[in-house]
Design a protein around this ligand. Structure first.
Ligand SMILES: Nc1ncnc2c1ncn2[C@@H]1O[C@H](COP(=O)(O)OP(=O)(O)OP(=O)(O)O)[C@@H](O)[C@H]1O
Ligand SMILES: [Mg+2]
Length: 380
């Protein structure tokens, strides 16, 4: 779990400081104010790799660069590790190496980290598969540093270079889901359960019979049952449905592979899960936007009823904010709104009170939502 983040001379503000909450952390703000940037930095803090550095097929997640190259740039953060211990880390940007460098050695293990990128790509860091090795007395990072998928690789599979050999680390949604259906095993059932949990109320996504797509293509494609067609091939499904099916697949793949790896290591599966989710509402209709946040917490519990999920999500949707009304707990959750102040992005933590006015949902400064600082000063 990430507990705080402090940036100097990097990103859309000269200085940024955030204290995260243990459960939900929601980011709002106009285009270009640093929501995705903060998620990228959070991913780096948890895994020490920039997504684009791991997979250049990505068109986002680039290494953070300082604003003023001649001035010192730092990223400070604290992570609560698997053992419950908090560790603090400071990295400084070294221009010649184009890298963020801090204390050497094995980083704190944050548990399973999943990042759903805005364009449909995913990044995953698995404590059982990506954590450092010990060789003699020395910690070395000789494993694949993370699994970073472009949108196409989520569907078609991911091949990585590992110690000079090209290895298929994931078969991709189309092949894996077909295989899971053929095998009639646990993953088939888990995929169905996760799809059902992520579905909007009253419109459960259910698989239909497998179907061929063309004369030349010998592959059977998983389908979804729609009210107007009992077997829509998943490759023909709508953008919103594909976004959620891909999310369900990545979650099931990540969790089932984590279970297998933990078993091979003779370790307990992780209870800590951190999820970063950019533009959580993307492609979803309003009813779905109102259920997606709560569904993610349910999925984590379905994987492991002892799981603690910390979710950092960015949104432009008032309906995602509205969906928090019955859930928001100021002890467990936080809402950060980013605005422009004196030509810099300024992030503030807001109180969440709910509103009847939909136009007010995203604004931290209407009379319904008062800035956090103001509430503190009123309280004395
Ligand atoms: N790798 C990077 N290094 C340094 N600064 C960056 C980097 N990536 C983004 N930024 C800065 O962050 C700004 C905000 O970009 P970001 O993509 O985070 O906006 P956003 O709030 O997610 O917007 P949108 O809602 O349109 O997705 C950019 O204009 C740029 O100044
Ligand atoms: Mg963005």
């Amino acid at each position: 779990m990430l507990t705080n983040l402090k940036l100097k001379n990097v990103g859309p503000a000269p200085e940024t400081e955030l204290e995260f909450s243990p459960r939900l952390n929601l980011f709002t703000g106009d285009n270009g104010l640093g929501k995705t940037f903060l998620l990228d930095v959070a991913w780096w803090a948890l895994t020490r790799r920039w997504p684009h550095e791991v997979n250049p097929n990505l068109v986002s997640g680039y290494t953070a660069k300082p604003r003023e190259p001649k001035q010192a740039a730092t990223i400070d953060f604290s992570v609560v590790g698997k053992s419950g211990k908090t560790s603090q880390y400071t990295a400084a940007y070294i221009p010649r190496d184009e890298a963020w460098v801090g204390k050497a050695g094995r980083p704190t293990n944050p548990g399973l980290v999943l990042y759903a990128h805005a364009d449909g790509g995913f990044s995953l860091w698995d404590p059982a598969r990506n954590y450092w090795l010990k060789k003699g007395n020395i910690d070395v990072q000789e494993r694949i540093p993370a699994f970073v998928f472009s949108p196409k690789e989520v569907w078609e599979g991911l091949e990585v270079d590992s110690n000079g050999n090209s290895t298929i680390v994931c078969n991709g949604l189309r092949r894996d889901w077909s295989r899971w259906i053929d095998q009639q095993g646990e993953n088939k059932a888990l995929m169905e359960r996760v799809l059902e949990t992520l579905s909007p109320p009253g419109e459960t996504l259910r698989p239909g019979p497998m179907r061929r797509l063309s004369l030349e293509d010998a592959r059977d494609i998983p389908t979804l049952a729609m009210p107007y067609d009992p077997a829509v091939p998943v490759l023909h499904a709508s953008s919103g449905v594909r976004r959620v099916v891909a999310l369900a697949y990545m979650l099931v793949w990540a969790w089932s592979e984590h279970l297998r790896a933990a078993e091979l290591l003779g370790e307990e599966p992780t209870r800590q899960i951190v999820m970063l989710f950019d533009e959580i509402e993307s492609h979803l209709h309003p009813r779905w936007q109102r259920s997606i946040l709560a569904s993610l917490f349910e999925v984590a519990k379905a994987f492991n009823d002892q799981a603690n999920l910390q979710l950092l999500a960015a949104t432009h949707s008032p309906l995602v904010l509205a969906s928090l009304e019955p859930l928001f707990d100021a002890e467990m959750d936080a809402w950060f709104d980013i605005d422009v102040l004196e030509r810099n992005a300024h992030i503030k933590r807001c109180t969440f009170n709910g509103s009847d006015e939909i136009s007010n949902w995203l604004s931290c400064v209407t009379n319904v939502y008062r800035p956090y600082d103001q509430v503190f000063s009123e309280a004395g």
